[in-house]
Design a protein around this ligand. Sequence first.
Ligand SMILES: [Zn+2]
Length: 361
Amino acid sequence: MNGLEISPFIQSLPKVELHVHIEGTLTPALRWRLAKKNNVPLKYATYDELLDSYKVTYNHRKEVNGDDGRPTFLEVYFAGCQVLCDEDDFYELGMAYFEKCRAMNVRYAEPFFDTQAHTERGIPAEVVMNGYLRAQRDGARIHGVHSTWIFCFLRDRPFEDGMKAYEAALQYATVNNGKGLFHAVGLASNEFDKPPLLFEEAFLRARDDGLHITMHCDVDQKDAADHVHEAIFQVCTGRGTERIDHGLNAVDRPELIQGLLDRNIPLTLCPHAYHRRQKTEVLFSKIQKLLEAGVKVSINSDDPTLMHDVWIDGALQKTQTYCALSKSDMVQLCRNAVEMSWAPKDIKAGILNELDAIDSP
Ligand SMILES: [Zn+2]
């Protein structure tokens, strides 16, 4: 946390998390335990060695920055997935996240999940989603943390594979009398040469099915600003996406900021994820620029256990400190997250009431 401590004020804020990958919340302790349980070999002889592996700074992108021998973020991410094998494992992963949410005063979340990373290892999609579905119910019942999830297409896998995964997942959606796990689709994994428009057909299908649409536009990726342009102006037959995950490169071109404003497309930002690679004054001045322009943003965590264990509360603290925001600005950022969410009306109203009651001079 770069020497920052989370203040009691940040801790007390009722929060909504809109950008978190469930596998990116897998703690080293749970990974270690599930590896033993499922006889999945790890590269690390001891738990301390496993812990040390989280301290390295991953190579951001081999495709863009060259291979310097360090693992990339996604290599580490998919390596972590290997220990998730049966329904209880996926349930435990979800429940561990909701328990953490409760401790951070996260009231509602829209976690990203995918089935492709697991079916390609021979795990049936139903095993994954039945585990998450149980966690969704018990997370609300036991921890008071409500959630509706977001099904992600892995954009670096063949489009047809993603569509097959979607077809298989649809019975778990909130639409068509489905089981109620997810209410939106998104794009995840490696964005290199995988622009949003490659998945146009999938977005149209999901929209016809009654689901919401969001998509990652990764930061400083090759063609990053062009991808933001596609997401705002071109996808969904030119209507644009409903939300963009990251999208920080909108600051690179005035027409992108204007497009976000005109079309009322908000960004789910993950400041700590970018802070790993950008200087404080450079990064937070970009976020300030978006705020001053009136772009609606929320503050999120992304993949906290793979990003120095900085969670949504840490990301909010960094934003307040480095953007020099007031308490009422922070309440507004939390309000943005509620408004940007696709939560049921009663849940939104409850969190907004809590935020209204905060005394924030
Ligand atoms: Zn993400």
